[in-house]
Design a protein around this ligand. Structure first.
Ligand code: FE2
Length: 295
């Protein structure tokens, strides 16, 4: 996966918004991002996800995986709140609130989408049908639309209760390290560091790990009776496909801001990717230890 400078940069030069030197400097920075961030092993070689896609995870492994994911999902709310507070602009603050409010259960207001007409209140927060586009401004809040509640439903099918999920005490040291790095870097008050982390998280998320998880979970679901609902995962996969295209737009917008610091951006991105990787390595080590015990 490598990033390319979009045609918009050439257009900006043509319109006189930026100089050819600026465009060349940006192009060199995109090369640096490709070299320093996009080659990170959590993007190119995620061992846990590669294994998981084969569908060999048993019930215990799935239970551990869902527990750790629920801790990440819940503690992410703290990191996202810090990102709202530390936003460098009103526009940035609103973009962060879109994510935070949607996580908590505000359904994107997508006028004209067929799913807006759902009258069955029971289905109004259902991830099978809630929109992946639009804005939380004017959107409807439903408890059932909280991403954490979608995970709770999955957890219930594999024997996890509310108290087993989402709390710091439920997290492994690797998961807690990842969540703390999110709060520290993704939620940092220095916008260059925080944006580097944000950029890293988005590229990681767009690299296809949701698809690998869904593949493995579909195989697991076939073996289970009743099968767990996969909508938490399929919803996030759909939204990531849509996000991936925005990553370069955001970088282009940021780069030409006077406060932008290339080195801090790369450092924030690299440290964040190391945090993300710790989470997956923790899961991989757990599943290998479990396999050893049962062998
Ligand atoms: Fe989410």
């Amino acid at each position: 996966m490598s990033l390319k400078v979009s045609a918009k940069i050439a257009e900006k030069v043509k319109n006189g918004e930026i100089s050819t030197d600026d465009a060349a400097r940006f192009s060199r920075f995109v090369d640096t991002c490709n070299r320093e961030l996009m080659t990170h092993s959590v993007i190119t070689d995620n061992k846990f996800c590669q294994w998981f896609a084969k569908g060999e995870a048993d019930r215990d492994c799935i239970r551990h995986f869902i527990t750790q994911f629920s801790v990440f999902s819940n503690l992410f709310l703290v990191a996202q709140t810090l990102k709202v507070i530390n936003a460098g602009s009103l526009e940035g603050m609103r973009a962060s609130k879109e994510i935070l409010a949607n996580e908590l259960g505000v359904i994107f207001n997508n006028k004209g989408a067929a799913t807006e007409d759902v009258t069955d209140t029971d289905r109004q927060g259902d991830p099978e049908i809630v929109s992946i586009e639009g804005t939380v401004d004017g959107g409807t809040f439903r408890f059932k639309a909280a991403h954490f509640e979608w995970l709770l439903k999955f957890g219930a099918v594999v024997g996890l209760s509310f108290k087993d999920m989402g709390k710091r005490r439920n997290g492994s040291p690797a998961t807690i390290f990842f969540c703390d790095q999110l709060m520290t870097i993704y939620g940092h008050e220095d916008p260059s560091l925080a944006e580097g982390a944000s950029f890293a998280v988005e590229n990681w998320a767009a690299a296809g790990f949701w698809k690998q998880l869904i593949k493995g979970l579909e195989i697991f679901k076939e073996r289970e009776e009743p099968g767990p609902p996969l909508a938490f995962f399929t919803w996030h996969d759909r939204i990531e496909d849509q996000h991936a295209g925005h990553v370069m737009d955001e970088l282009e917008a940021l780069y030409f801001d006077s406060d932008f610091d290339e080195e801090k951006f790369i450092a924030g991105g690299r440290d964040m990717l190391n945090g993300v990787e710790a989470f997956w390595v923790g899961l991989n080590e757990h599943r290998m230890a479990a396999a050893y015990i049962s062998a």
